[in-house]
Design a protein around this ligand. Structure first.
Ligand code: ADP
Length: 485
């Protein structure tokens, strides 16, 4: 049986470019799918760092003019991935991040940038690169979604299309006047196509036109069909419910392995949990926290946004400090939240450490040393940090939302009696509830034996890509069979 071929279309891929979980997933899924007999080629924009990293490159497609200037599609390898890279410096070779300028505002030409990516994807899908003609196009979030619409309206033979939603909050909405510029015909602007509340919706178009839709947890797949969480798309998602499934994310268990993690002062595993103490000493020293071996040390690694519930933290902090606890936070995001959290740290520098920025190494060090990792999200499609926490023996303390609810088992009395609890799950999203959850964590930790058992259960939880990859593989194969059958 020849391998099924998937063209994955996305705006980021770890380790080349990452702003969040999307990058992790796009970077890790191909290797996991390869074990299921599926060959993935990933099409991403040619940001400067990506083009620089690309080796064994060849030009496989050229455009005299693509949204403003000539462009090429390069084939090559980087970061362990088989890549197609849209080399279009006028669209992608700039500072800032993939979506926003250094001043925090969206790039003004985002519609054109990702329409260009979609055009390249649609061309590859229809055979422009003879060495790789995919059976499936797998589009990620709004940046990939427009490829599905472009392909749909071209007509002709095409592969099966799968739209994966990593976060429904990011929708890619642009003025209707851009329709022709994006490369879409007039009839695309309809309720069944790309029209979205009078504008053009990239994500909406992908959701309307893909053969199959997935999102990153079963609970989120159910939540987004309700008005409370559907963000304007719940009607469409209810309409397409029979084509919508939730497949949990995994984590790359080689990147996230406490037994081999070079970022840690001391490596450890479930049998040598005592070695975490050395990491704690190192973290406290690095972040300026008091060298307290016994305090309840709580970690946060997060974008600092309303979605992540980060505004609840300052108010809940007294509940933690009252118990002699410490907080080690790493994150970046909303300027106002960054400031508010930095202020909380300045008020108690030996108990609260706030590091503003993006730091892969510190993220590992926090996971490898804290007692509990806090994820108080208001909504969370899947969430990866709680999965890393499980693997690292940091007890996750999470809001009951989306993938958090699917991956952490609350250590209530019944769960503890059944040897099942792996963390603390709390609701609703208020600072009182968060404070109460932190009190529960402190109480649970008063029984060190039960606490260690909970850490070990977490570490035994399968957070790898094995099962998710099997589910994606089954979905891709069923779709390919349905289209050729
Ligand atoms: P989201 O994609 O919504 O931001 P996820 O939990 O799905 O949230 O994924 C976040 C990913 O980004 C995780 O791998 C996490 O470790 C990482 N991360 C988030 N903030 C930082 C940061 N400030 N420094 C380093 N890694 C971070």
């Amino acid at each position: 049986m020849s391998a099924l071929r998937v063209l994955s279309v996305a705006s980021e891929a770890f380790p080349l470019v990452k702003t969040g979980g999307l990058g992790d997933v796009v970077g890790a899924l191909p290797a996991a799918l390869a074990r299921e007999g599926i060959h993935t080629v990933t099409l991403i924009p040619g940001y400067a760092a990506v083009v620089e990293a690309l080796h064994d490159r060849t030009i496989v497609r050229s455009y005299d003019y693509l949204h403003g200037a000539p462009a090429h599609v390069l084939a090559g390898r980087a970061g362990g991935l088989d890549l197609l890279v849209l080399d279009a410096p006028h669209l992608f070779a700039r500072g800032g991040n993939p979506y926003v300028a250094p001043d925090g505002t969206d790039w003004p030409d985002n519609a054109q940038r990702f329409a260009a990516l979609g055009t390249a994807a649609a061309d590859v899908a229809q055979g422009a690169v003879p060495a790789f003609t995919p059976d499936i196009v797998h589009a990620h979030d709004w940046q990939g979604a427009i490829a599905i619409a472009l392909l749909h309206y071209r007509g002709g033979a095409r592969p099966g299309t799968v739209m994966t939603v990593h976060n429904l909050a990011f929708q890619g909405k642009f003025p209707r006047e851009l329709l022709a510029d994006i490369g879409l015909p007039p009839q695309a602007f309809s309720a069944h196509g790309v029209e979205y509340y009078g504008d053009i919706g990239y994500l909406k178009a992908g959701l309307a036109l893909a053969d199959r839709i997935t999102t990153v947890s079963p609970t989120y797949a159910a939540e987004i069909r309700s008005p409370a969480h559907g963000m304007g798309l719940d009607g469409l998602l209810r309409h397409r419910a029979s084509e919508l499934t939730g497949i949990l994310n995994g984590v790359d268990t080689e990147v996230w392995n406490p037994a081999t993690d070079a970022h840690l002062a001391a490596s450890y595993d479930a049998r040598r949990l005592g070695r975490r103490a050395a990491n704690r000493v190192a973290l406290q020293a690095r972040t300026g926290l008091a060298p307290d071996p016994d305090a309840l040390l709580v970690g946060v690694v997060s974008r600092l946004t309303w979605q992540k519930g980060m505004d609840l933290l300052p108010e809940a902090l007294p509940a933690l400090l009252a118990q002699g606890g410490q907080l080690a936070l790493l994150g970046s995001g909303d300027f106002a939240l960054e400031e508010q959290l930095a202020k909380a740290a300045a008020a108690a520098p030996d108990r609260v450490a706030v590091t503003i920025g993006y730091d892969e190494s510190l993220a590992h060090q926090i996971q490898g040393s804290v007692d509990a990792l806090l994820v108080p999200s208001r909504f969370e499609p899947c969430g990866l940090t709680q999965l890393c926490a499980l693997r690292y023996g940091a007890v996750p303390v999470v809001a009951r939302a989306g993938g958090l609810a699917d991956t952490v088992i609350d250590a209530n009395e019944m769960a503890q009696a059944a040897d099942a609890g792996t963390g603390v799950v709390f609701a609703p999203d208020s600072s009182d509830a968060l404070g109460f959850a932190l009190e529960r964590v402190a109480a649970l930790r008063h029984d060190p034996r039960a606490w260690q058992q909970m850490q070990r259960r977490g570490m035994k939880t399968d957070v790898s890509w094995t099962r998710p990859a099997q589910q994606y593989a089954a979905l891709f194969r069923a779709l390919a069979a349905a289209r050729t059958g």
